[in-house]
Design a protein around this ligand. Structure first.
Ligand SMILES: NC(=O)c1ccc[n+]([C@@H]2O[C@H](COP(=O)([O-])OP(=O)(O)OC[C@H]3O[C@@H](n4cnc5c(N)ncnc54)[C@H](OP(=O)(O)O)[C@@H]3O)[C@@H](O)[C@H]2O)c1
Length: 221
C-alpha cells in the first residue's frame, strides 16, 4: 500500500522521507497492518524514515490479541547490502524484525544482528515461500518504489491499495521506478472510499484467469 500524489509520485522532487497521507490514510494503513503477518520494507525507505509504522488503535491491538497474534506484524527489511545503522529507532521499536537479503549459494542463512530472523533472497517466489514456511503468509508491501517494482515485475502482488492524495508533486519519484518491465496485468477495482481531507482510497485486486493463482503480497504497502 502506498500514498501517492495525483501525478503518481510517492515522494516530493527532492526525495527524502515522504509523508503524503493524512489521518484517513493512517487509519487504513493501520487496518492493513492489523491484517498482516508481516510487512515488507525497502532498505532505503527504512534508512530515510528511521522506523516503521505501528498499529496504535486500541481496537485493532485488541482484535489481534484475541486472535492470539502478536501486537504488531513482523517488519521484514529487504536489502542487498545489509547496511542498516543499528542506531536507527527501528531497532528499538516493539516488534519482531526480519531481514531478507541475497547470500552466496551454499552459505548458511544470514543471522544478522539486530534482527530476530533472516532469510536468503534468491528468487522472489522462493523468498515468499520461505516467509510462508515461517508463518508469514499475509504480507503488506510498504514500499518504496524499487521494492514495489521488483514484486510487480514478477506479478507477485495480489492487491494494490493506493491512497490518492490531493497534491501535485512533479519530479522523478514515481511510485514505480522508471523503466521497470511490467506484465500485461489486469486489475479489478474492489473498493473506493473517500478518506476525508480530499484523499481517496483505491483498492484493486489482480485479475487472474480462472484457476491459476500465485503466491504473493496482499494489500500493497
Ligand atoms: N508515499 C508512500 O506511501 C511511501 C511508502 C514507502 C516509501 N516512500 C518513499 O519512497 C522513497 C524510497 O523508495 P526507493 O524506491 O528509493 O527505495 P526502496 O524501495 O524503499 O529501497 C530500495 C532498497 O531496498 C533494497 N531492495 C529493493 N528491492 C530489492 C530487491 N529486489 N532485492 C534486494 N534488495 C532490494 C535495496 O537495499 P540496499 O540499498 O540495502 O541494498 C535497495 O537499495 C522514499 O522517498 C520514501 O519516503 C513513500
Amino acid at each position: 500500500m502506498l500514498a501517492v500524489s495525483l501525478d503518481g509520485r510517492l515522494a516530493p522532487p527532492a526525495g527524502g522521507a515522504a509523508q503524503l497521507g493524512g489521518a484517513g490514510d493512517r487509519r487504513v494503513l493501520e487496518e492493513a497492518l492489523a491484517w498482516a503477518d508481516a510487512v515488507l520494507i525497502g532498505a532505503r525507505t527504512l534508512r530515510l524514515h528511521g522506523s516503521t509504522c505501528l498499529i496504535h488503535r486500541p481496537e485493532l491491538l485488541e482484535q489481534r490479541r484475541r486472535a492470539g497474534r502478536s501486537p504488531q506484524p513482523m517488519a521484514v527489511v529487504v536489502s542487498r547490502s545489509g547496511q542498516l545503522d543499528p542506531a536507527l529507532p527501528f531497532f528499538r521499536q516493539p516488534l519482531r524484525r526480519g531481514l531478507l537479503r541475497p547470500h552466496a549459494p551454499g552459505a548458511p542463512p544470514p543471522r544478522p544482528s539486530g534482527f530476530d530472523e533472516g532469510w536468503p533472497l534468491g528468487t522472489w517466489p522462493e523468498a515468499l515461500a520461505a516467509l510462508g514456511a515461517s508463518g508469514l503468509d499475509r504480507l503488506v508491501l510498504l514500499g518504496g518504489a524499487e521494492l514495489a517494482g521488483a514484486l510487480l515485475a514478477l506479478d507477485l502482488v495480489e492487491q494494490l491499495q493506493l491512497t490518492l492524495c490531493p497534491l501535485l508533486l512533479g519530479g522523478p519519484h514515481s511510485w514505480l521506478p522508471e523503466g521497470v518491465a511490467l506484465p500485461a496485468a489486469g486489475w479489478e477495482l474492489q473498493e473506493q472510499q473517500p478518506l476525508g481531507e480530499g484523499e481517496l482510497l483505491l483498492r484493486y485486486g489482480r485479475r487472474r484467469s480462472s484457476g491459476c493463482g500465485s503466491p504473493g503480497a496482499g494489500p500493497q504497502g
